[in-house]
Design a protein around this ligand. Structure first.
Ligand SMILES: Nc1ncnc2c1ncn2[C@@H]1O[C@H](COP(=O)(O)OP(=O)(O)O)[C@@H](O)[C@H]1O
Ligand SMILES: [Mg+2]
Length: 264
């Protein structure tokens, strides 16, 4: 459903600050895949998301989504098909609006079937049901301003909103990295649940080897603008965090990340 063919991105080309953020990256993601992406800081992970979402243009290469060549589509044209959740919990929800208002806006933008006009009640029931499953005490706080919520609570609402948009593709960029371990676990649980229930295709960047191994069906490892390896199928099913850390260590450049994530 998503394919990148030989995609390259260079920042500040021809200057002393030139960075080759993506070097001939090719990646193919199938409908329903849940891909985790790992790699040290600066590996090019976020740039990969930025070219898919249209935030950054490519120097070379082609990006296809559901059979359409989207390489030259503007970001706003792609945003109908692509949901994104970032590391910073304050980016996904609108402060000054309540949980109910945020969710209603997302439902309207996503044009949820049967959830307009007189069906407000079933819409609200659905919101409450989703909020209950996260187990963060949100279901009784529909009229609370999201600015007053914790990071984990805001990420949970951001995820539910991103799903309401019915995206073809959901891009999660270290969306639990700023959360405490307990909230991170809950948000990951919600991520898995929403992906399954809505049969979403998901790519999730993570700094956690645990998440990379336990969530999803494929792992992609990036380094210095390239995809170094991919693990899928039975190899992925049997993969343990220690195996990944070993592979990182053998790369040398990954030692720093491996050490950091051992602690998380
Ligand atoms: N807008 C930009 N302008 C200049 N350099 C950038 C920009 N975005 C990313 N980079 C550089 O590109 C490289 C890859 O960055 P990024 O994709 O953010 O890495 P990651 O998400 O894996 O940490 C880094 O060296 C980063 O400094
Ligand atoms: Mg990044």
């Amino acid at each position: 459903m998503l394919s990148l063919k030989q995609v390259s991105v260079t920042f500040n080309a021809g200057t002393p600050n030139e960075v080759r953020a993506l070097r001939n990256v090719s990646l193919s993601v199938s409908e329903g895949d849940f891909v985790t992406v790992i790699g040290a800081n600066g590996a090019g992970k976020s740039t990969l998301f930025n070219v898919v979402a249209g935030t950054v243009g490519v120097d070379d290469g082609i990006i296809m989504l559901s059979g359409d060549n989207i390489t030259d589509l503007a970001e706003y044209q792609r945003s109908r098909y692509i949901g994104r959740v970032f590391q910073n919990p304050s980016l996904g929800t609108c402060p000054g609006l309540t949980i109910r208002e945020n969710l209603s806006l997302a439902a309207m933008r996503g044009k949820m079937p049967g959830l307009r006009r007189d069906l407000k009640k079933s819409q609200e029931d659905w919101f409450v049901e989703q909020l209950k499953t996260v187990n963060l005490g949100l279901e009784n706080r529909l009229d609370t301003d999201v600015a007053l919520l914790s990071g984990g609570q805001r990420q949970a609402i951001t995820l539910i909103m991103a799903t309401l948009m019915k995206p073809k593709l959901l891009l999660l960029d270290e969306h639990t990295a700023a959360l405490d371990p307990n909230a991170a676990d809950k948000v990951i649980g919600l991520t898995i649940q929403l992906a399954e229930e809505n049969k979403l295709t998901v790519i999730m960047i993570t700094h956690s080897m645990q998440q990379a191994c336990l969530v999803g069906n494929r792992v992609v490892m990036m380094n210095q603008g390239k995809i170094l390896f991919e693990i899928a199928g039975t190899e992925r099913e049997e993969l343990r965090p220690t195996d990944l850390i070993e592979r990182f260590r053998s790369l040398n450049t990954g030692a720093e990340l491996a050490d950091r994530t051992l602690l998380s």
